[in-house]
Each structure stands twice: as C-alpha cells, then as structure tokens.
Write a protein that binds this ligand. Structure first.
Ligand SMILES: [Zn+2]
Length: 270
C-alpha cells in the first residue's frame, strides 16, 4: 500500500500517515496478517498492559497526584485510564478483603439496635415480612451479604469525595470533573492501602484497638492528599493542607450516608 492520501476505513477522515489523525485507526497492509505479526500482537497485549499497569501503580503509590495532574494536562497514553485503575483496585480490595468488614456495617447497628434511624429498620421489617423471615434470620442473611456489597459499591463514594476537594481547586481547576478524576485515584490508593494494612494487622501477634490503626491510616491519607495538591503549582502551603483535611474529613463524613446506602442496597438484594 502506498502512503498517498486516502480516507480512514473507520471514520472516513482524510489520512496521509500510518495512523488516522482523527480516530487513530491504523492503515492496514498485507504484512499485518503475517503469522509473525499476529504473534507479535498477541504478546503486545500483555507487555503493553504491563507497562501501563506498572507505571500507573508506581505513580499511584509513590507519586501522589501525578496521575491526576497528567490526566488533567492531557498526558493519557502512558497510563491506565482513571476508571480502569479504580476498578482494578476495587477488584483487589474485594478479593483480598473478602472476609473482613472494613466498613463495619453489621445488621445490629441498623435494624436490631436501630442506631442509624428508623428508615432502615422499617425496610428491614418489610423485607422480613415479604420473605417470611423473622428479623434475626434476616439479620444473618444481611450480615453475610453486606460484607461484599460494602466493597463493591465504593464507587458511590467518588462523587462525594470530589465535592470535598472541589472548593480547593481554585481558579485553575473549577471543573467538578477534574475532582472526580482525583477522587477515583484517591479511593484507589485508599483501597490498596487498606488491603496492605489489613494484611499487616492480621500478621501482628497481638490485637490493637481500632483507634490505633485509624489515626495513622487517616493521617497517612491526609499527607497523601497534601502532596497531591502540591503538584498543582498554585495549590501549595495552607491551601494544600486545608484541602487535604477536607478530603479526608469528607471520606469520614461520607461513610454515614454510604452505610445507609449499602444497607438499603443489601436489603433490596435479599
Ligand atoms: Zn479515522
């Protein structure tokens, strides 16, 4: 095939280069179907994903805010997409912490002691009546399910977290969407750390009270967000600290409606 101007086979745009300037489609040639080339493509799937995965994971853990900054700047090809990173971390979170109730949403809080208001209690009673179960049998079913749903629906925290960093975006980053991207990476990092943290706590020969792991955990997150803010030239110093505290406080505050939502979803799925 010649390199003269032709039109793109996928989108019809005029193209004079190997790749379409409009949609990125490649101009094919006979050599694309050689066995060697097909093999190369098969291997490429893994090596290419690998390098993106490795780069994204390293940036996520060791370079707070880099993935957001690069995405906002328009550098996207070298990394996995924000939602890909999020769902990958969510899968790891789900599998590695399968047995642990990291968000602590036991049935007794909601519909035995009804610590969180009466609406969930009412829904529980309705569900129990519909399914012909007594409330304690329902609580058992609920407890078995809620452990998983509390990990699968972390995505619902994303828009909430974004609300807490949004006011600190300043004039350069007024778009809520940019903060959604940041929230995706922040929660991805949080899930990874929770996996590691839970594993370490399990290995410890003694049990420590929750406050002794919650305080370093939340302080670590504050530091992470503070360094992330630093990556934006006009967001250093006090604003970075305030933003960091706001985001982590937002995470803590959001778990209240989050728990309510998870209970609601869980009861509806019984
Ligand atoms: Zn095209």
């Amino acid at each position: 095939m010649s390199d003269t101007i032709s039109s793109c086979i996928s989108c019809g745009a005029p193209m004079s280069t190997k790749f379409c300037p409009s949609c990125g489609e490649k101009k094919i040639s006979d050599s694309d179907f050689s066995l060697a080339h097909l093999l190369e493509q098969g291997i490429d799937v893994f090596t290419h994903l690998d390098s993106k995965l490795f780069k994204s994971a390293r940036a996520l853990v060791f370079k707070p805010g880099l993935l957001t900054a690069e995405f906002v700047r328009g550098v996207r090809k070298p990394y996995m997409k924000p939602f890909q990173v999020f769902f990958l971390c969510n899968i790891l979170f789900f599998f590695f912490l399968g047995g642990y109730d990291v968000f602590y949403i036991p049935a007794k809080w909601f519909f035995i002691e009804s610590q969180y208001g009466s609406s969930i209690r009412q829904l529980a009673e309705q569900t129990a009546a519909q399914k012909n179960l007594d409330i304690n049998a329902l609580a058992q079913l609920y407890d078995a399910k809620v452990v998983n749903s509390s990990k699968l629906f972390v995505i619902t925290l994303v828009p909430a977290i974004a609300l807490f960093s949004w006011p600190f975006g300043g004039k350069q980053h007024p778009q809520y969407g940019k903060h959604v991207i940041f929230a995706l990476y922040f929660l991805s990092f949080m899930m990874l750390v929770m996996v590691l943290y839970a594993k370490i706590l399990i290995w410890l020969p003694f049990r420590i009270p929750p406050i002794w792991f919650n305080i370093p955990f939340l302080s670590g997150l504050v530091l992470y967000v503070r360094f992330a803010f630093n990556r934006f030239p006009d967001r250093g110093g006090l604003i970075a600290w305030l933003g960091a505290v706001s985001v982590v406080a937002g995470l803590v505050v959001s778990t209240i409606p989050y728990r309510w939502l998870i209970s609601w979803l869980t009861l509806h799925s019984i």
